[in-house]
Design a protein around this ligand. Structure first.
Ligand code: NAD
Length: 505
């Protein structure tokens, strides 16, 4: 049962006074996760099927953003390390490409099963290293990670049927750079299709969240993936630059990047004219549009999931809410009431809805946007709750009275901050929603099917969710338009980035 009074970080809620009577409200007892992952104190680079010392001699500590405590020391790869990983991938690729498709499928299937078997441990580690609530990493991230390997295991021996009239060939060595918001899921999105198509990979995880990718390295070893087919090279932006530079010199055949639009543009510039295949999954400022005829409580849940899932660290977050003017007041009241029930705090508590911000740097960015929102005249409402003393935290909040020209209506915040605007007609909703440099996702809430279909046709977004939000499936292509990038991940469309089709395709 949910209490309507604000949650505190300790799980203790303040008493409610009704007339002369003071009632101690029902509250949640802490429900701490008991599993703890087996971690090494130091990790080398996963190259050629084993963990090796970095030639750079450099390392960094990776922390838990909810406690600021160090979890492990991780290698910080230099240029020579990246070159070594690319060489290992180059050496391993021809044999992997010639491995019988059914054998490749067996190994991918085994990886999927092992991920399922170790899913609790992986989920806990994802929450410890990234700050997201355990119920999300356990119930959303990990099932999807396994699903991506299962799905692509199924493609291995059916590739000839995926592209009519073409005989798909692997691209070769793939350089894959991923962000920190869904560390293991982004690794799965990149590795599974590449491996299914007979490619080898060099994966560079984000600097704040390297641990689940390294644990995946152990799983790949256990599952008998041939040495060098996947190499996991930890480090910061310099390591990413080293990988892209090797691609520009022709040492890598395909680059897949997920991250910020700014870095995506820099990578596109580096690779322009090189002939290297490139896919970019970048940022977003996605609209969530609520019509007056929508099932409003259901829409409130969709808005909550749209912006507060993973603390708003979601590329396709519904960070711009457009509410039909006639229901604005009623809808915002319902939303505020729902916000009051959100539990902010320990990511490893099974009742937590909103966990820690991924890093101090990201918290500083979010705080800059909060200030800009207030300075430019929007009105802020935030969840009233105590925050833990250590770690990086931001209360979920909404800004009403936002104008399309406001900074918080235009720029990606990547935090738990919702900008609310209104519209009067479907035409105005489309115009306002499309008035952005991005085009990753959109949500439409209406009971009228014809309106839903028309809106989905007219919204410039890679994914349009109708009466739901944040739904993903390995068989459904995901990707953006405009400054949200190009290329798709998932489904048959996602495979095309990892094959050469011949005949100019
Ligand atoms: P980021 O661009 O700063 O970093 C992403 C990765 O690129 C990291 O591994 C980083 O080390 C590396 N990197 C940084 N500078 C580099 C450079 N110059 N050359 C090569 N590599 C470099 O992004 P972030 O802050 O980690 O992630 C947040 C961003 O990712 C948001 O904009 C979000 O919208 C986007 N994102 C998009 C999707 C999608 O599918 N479209 C999914 C998740 C996240």
């Amino acid at each position: 049962m949910r209490s309507r009074s604000p949650a505190s970080a300790s799980g203790i809620r303040p008493p409610v006074t009704l007339g002369a009577v003071t009632i101690a409200p029902l509250s949640y007892a802490p429900a701490p996760e008991s599993v703890r992952p087996t971690l090494r104190s130091e990790y080398g680079l996963f190259i050629g099927g084993r963990f090796v010392e970095p030639k750079s001699g450099a390392s960094f500590k990776t922390i838990n953003p909810a406690t600021e405590e160090a979890l492990a020391t991780v290698a910080d790869a230099g240029e020579a390390d990246m070159a070594r990983a690319v060489d290992a991938a180059r050496k391993a690729q021809p044999k992997w490409a010639k491995t019988k498709p059914a054998e490749r499928a067996k190994i991918l299937f085994r990886i999927a099963r092992r991920i399922q078997e170790r899913s609790r441990e992986l989920a806990v580690l994802e929450s410890m290293n990234g700050g997201k609530p355990i119920k999300e990493s356990r119930d959303e991230d990990l099932p999807l990670v396994a699903q991506h390997f299962f799905h692509h295991a199924g493609w291995c021996d059916k590739l000839d049927y995926a592209f009519a009239g073409a005989k798909p060939q692997p691209v070769g060595v793939c350089g894959q750079i991923i962000p920190w918001n869904f560390p293991l899921l982004m690794a799965a999105w990149k590795l599974a299709p590449a491996l299914a198509c007979g490619n080898s990979c060099v994966l560079k995880p984000a600097e704040t969240t390297p641990l689940t990718a390294l644990m995946l390295g152990e799983i790949l070893q256990e599952c008998g993936l041939p040495d060098g087919v996947v190499n996991i090279v930890t480090g910061g932006p310099d390591a990413g630059r080293a990988l892209t530079a090797l691609a520009a010199k022709g040492k890598v055949d395909k680059v897949a990047f997920t991250g910020s639009t700014e870095v995506g543009k820099a990578i596109a510039k580096t690779l322009a004219g090189s002939g290297v295949k490139l896919t970019l999954e970048l940022g977003g400022k996605s609209p969530n549009i609520v019509f007056a005829d929508a099932a409003l409580d259901q829409a409130v849940e969709g808005v909550v999931s749209g912006i507060w899932f993973n603390q708003g660290h979601v590329c396709c977050a519904g960070s711009r809410l457009f509410v039909e003017e006639a229901i604005h007041e009623d809808f915002i009241d319902r939303l505020r009431n729902r916000m009051r029930t959100l539990r902010v705090g320990d990511p490893l508590d099974k009742n937590t809805d909103v966990g820690a911000i991924n890093s101090k740097a990201q918290l500083t960015t979010i705080e800059r946007y909060l200030k800009a929102g207030s300075d430019e005249g929007a009105e802020r409402f935030e969840v009233a709750c105590d925050l833990p003393k250590k770690g990086f935290w931001c209360r979920p909040c909404i800004f009403t009275g936002v104008q399309p020209s406001h900074t918080i209506a235009r720029e990606e915040i990547f935090g738990p901050v919702l900008s609310v605007m209104t519209f009067r007609t479907p035409e105005e909703a489309v115009q306002r929603a499309n008035n952005t440099t991005y085009g990753l996702s959109a949500g439409v809430w209406t009971e009228k099917a014809s309106r839903a279909l028309e809106m989905s046709n007219r919204l410039n977004a890679g994914v349009v969710w109708l009466n739901t939000f944040n739904r993903f499936d390995a068989s459904a292509p995901f990707g953006g338009y405009k400054e949200s990038g190009f290329g798709r991940e998932g489904g048959r469309q996602g495979l095309s980035a990892y094959v050469k089709l011949g005949g100019g395709r």
